[in-house]
Design a protein around this ligand. Structure first.
Ligand SMILES: Cc1cc2nc3c(=O)[nH]c(=O)nc-3n(C[C@H](O)[C@H](O)[C@H](O)COP(=O)(O)O)c2cc1C
Ligand code: SF4
Ligand code: SF4
Length: 260
């Protein structure tokens, strides 16, 4: 039995979850990056698919939403999802369940896994000790859900509270997501930039070009923070609060995992 796991990740949390699920469920597993699948749609050839992604602004990243909207699978396909977040996913999986239902597809299982947060405009990377605690809990969660996924069984879909769904994933999300594409006007490169071009490569939507050896953002941003997190020179800042904040990426991932 084949399983295809479609994932989006900018700093590795969701990629590691996707890998861990793949290793735990056994059988034939294919991991497919959503940014690539959007550029060149991949046929779904498995009886089960997973969608693994980070929570953005208490909801689905725009890129994941686009992916699900164009997804074509038989209604009989077993679909599971994992949303990784820094603290509160609110109604993110309810958004996904509704999107899938519109296509006549059932979300059989939906898990939220808390991982280190990567939204540097609000906070720096947490301590290694605290990160390790979260990684240990992630492994426990995977051990719990992997047998269900392997046996194609239904489980709980974590849809958060009524207030979280209405207020955070509804009102706040709908307003905030409209601002995201042009929010990249707040990015700038600083003096240590040496024109290496890595920020261009890790951007999942081709939103950066190099002009005279420095990045220029093109205003169709996803705000994933990959450019800021992976810059080897720590030469990208966003607004006025990221300077001096520790950058984050999952210790089991490297920048080459994010060259789409
Ligand atoms: C633009 C943006 C918005 C985010 N919004 C939330 C949020 O609403 N709630 C939350 O708990 N974490 C939020 N986070 C944190 C990420 O969901 C979390 O760190 C996730 O595990 C990152 O996954 P990745 O490493 O696979 O990209 C946000 C991160 C970014 C970049
Ligand atoms: S990754 Fe950093 S150093 Fe390299 S071009 Fe981009 S901003 Fe400059
Ligand atoms: S420009 Fe930076 S934050 Fe925006 S989508 Fe690309 S990598 Fe992500």
């Amino acid at each position: 039995m084949k399983t295809q796991i479609f994932y989006f990740s900018s700093t590795g949390n969701s990629l590691c979850v996707a890998r861990d699920i793949g290793n735990a469920i056994g059988g034939e597993v294919e991991l497919i990056a959503i940014p690539g699948a959007l550029k060149a749609p991949r046929p779904v050839t498995a009886s089960a698919i997973g969608i693994v992604f980070p929570v953005y602004m208490w909801g689905l990243p725009a890129l994941v939403r686009r992916f699900v909207e164009q997804l074509q699978i038989p209604a009989s396909t077993y679909v599971f999802a994992v949303a990784t977040c820094g603290g509160n996913a609110a109604g993110t999986l309810a958004q996904l369940r509704t999107l899938l239902e519109k296509k006549g597809i059932l979300l059989a299982l939906g898990e939220v896994i808390r991982m280190p947060g990567n939204y540097t405009p609000m906070y720096g990377a947490e301590s290694e000790r605290s990160q390790k605690k979260r990684f240990a809990k992630e492994k426990i969660a995977i051990r719990r859900i992997a047998p269900l996924i392997a046996d194609r069984k239904a489980g709980k879909v974590d849809c958060g509270t009524w207030l979280g769904r209405r207020l955070l994933s509804g009102f706040v999300y709908n307003g905030g997501m409209k601002q995201v594409p042009a929010s990249d006007v707040k990015f700038r490169s600083t003096e240590p930039c040496n024109g290496c071009g890595l920020c261009v490569k890790v951007c999942p939507v081709g939103n950066i070009v190099l002009v005279e050896g420095h990045p220029r953002w093109q205003h169709h941003c996803e705000q994933c923070m990959a450019c800021l997190q992976w810059c080897p020179q720590v030469a990208i800042e966003f607004g006025g609060r990221t300077q001096g904040r520790r950058r984050y990426h999952h210790p089991e991932c490297s920048a080459s995992d994010f060259v789409w």
